[in-house]
Design a protein around this ligand. Sequence first.
Ligand code: G6P
Length: 606
Amino acid sequence: MCGIVGALSNRNVVPMLLAGLELLEYRGYDSSGLGLLAGGQLQRIRVKGRVSELARASADASAPIGIAHTRWATHGEPSEANAHPHLGGDTILVVHNGIIENHAQLKARLMTAGYTFTSETDTEVVAHLIHAELQRSQNLLAAVQASVAQLEGAYALGIASTTAPDTLICVRKGSPLVLGSGFHEFFFASDIAALLPFTQRITHLEEGDLAVITQDRAQIYDAAGQPVERPCRTLDISPESTDLGHYRHYMQKEIAEQPAALASTLERALQLGFQPALFGPQAEAIFSQLRHVRILACGSSYHAGLVAQYWIEEMSDLAVSVDIASEYRYRQAREPDHTLIVAISQSGETADLLAAVRSARERGNVSVLAICNVPHSSLTREADMVALTYAGIEIGVASTKAFITQLAVLFTLAATFAQQQQRISRETLQHYQHALTRLPQWCSDTLALENEISQWAHELSHAAHALFLGRHQLFPIALEGALKLKEIAYIHAEGYAAGELKHGPLALVDETMPVIVCMRNDRLTEKVLSNLREVEARGGQIYLIGEPGAAALAPFAHRVLEIPGSGDLAAILMTLPLQLLAYHTACRKGTDVDKPRNLAKSVTVE
Ligand code: G6P
């Protein structure tokens, strides 16, 4: 959470900092600020609210060195006083992403030493601490090193000081930070997305790294304080990938990009077949010994993991457990030998997931497969095997194309287990290949039903509550549909396994309760239809998303949408109408679709 950007150049960095912050707003957007260093003078501009307000407030500002921040409040309400940068003494400016866990002890010590605090944040402690250390050492680098040695928690910090008027310092531990190099200019940011408009030359900092940036170079020091070289990679990401184009919202753009994202993600699987090599050179040996698969994830990625459980159990003889990462890390779950940890994450930076993976490694001799949309993220660097989703940069806080591509990778993983265990016929494997080949087109055909869904949204926008139902692989999709509606349309929604209806939620059903149902034509159809008759008998409004023929099976449904294709890939295809439903409902309610209140995309704090 929170986004930080820094820039040092021979030109005015203010427009660059603001452009970078805008691209980081998905990380937090309750307040923002700039800290500038020009001619040895510090200037600080902070606002409560969005980056657009900061841009207005800094219209006349100009400086060759600066740091900037967009905030997602952890310590202290959103306000100008709590916005970053924070001042240490009157010579240090600090921006921070993360949480300083021992801030209370440090604050007490600094107050005894005479420091006055003007905010409720944990970050102000860092600023004063560096100032105090600077009085001792008279050297900014030494002062920052001595300060971070005293910090507990997770942080990425950007630091500017009048005592080193041509220098910027940044340091990371537990929160992401990348360096960007231009022609006689350097940048740092929480995410490469913020740097794409200025440079494609990116260096990923490792845990504990600190960089001292001057006009000519960025010198990196490792956690032990030793100078190190880190590889600089030239990216191949078009800066336009973060443009909104003709779309009204990033979420709308990202929903529309799903057919292409699926095609890119599935390209290798369709060329190679369901081979362990898809998951890295070690995968063949590791997969051949597997007994247990433990899936760990948060949010929508967790729902993808739940779908995978159905697929893997159906196709292979592996035992599969799925855990919410924040719960797993505090459970005493044992990991038997030959367990594969599948860690699923769009960002690869979710703090709870990283902690859960580290904790799994302490519990047994496990191997870790990361399914991730961000190469060189913290997760991919810690994993033994990596399967990337090729969704492209996802900016809308509510995950869409990343979720869909996670499902595609997980389906290929399940089919790979099946093939390696010889549990599946050649005909079935060919059938899966064929379905995956057609998937992007089915996806486009489903998205073409948008007008119909938009009418459903008109009705749903008046509802105070909604119930989402599904069975088998569509149960997690019901959870995902409910999550989407909650997070962007602010309608209280719950996802349920349809068979659980009579164990509680049926008590809520009356004519004011929309019930959105995903149903396949399979061995569970009759059972779902029985559940729906129970809803109908109580006056509930049924919105049914089904396969061809669904309308005839459920003539009592209020609305029916029949989607093309589906079958084994129903979980993927039936997600799309639910995304569109949440999106159009949110638009009708006038909420901020891409930046829902209180949420952030990349949750880098516990
Ligand atoms: C946040 C986002 C969700 C995402 C979840 C997990 O809550 O708003 O869209 O599913 O984090 O994030 P990850 O990057 O680990 O998939």
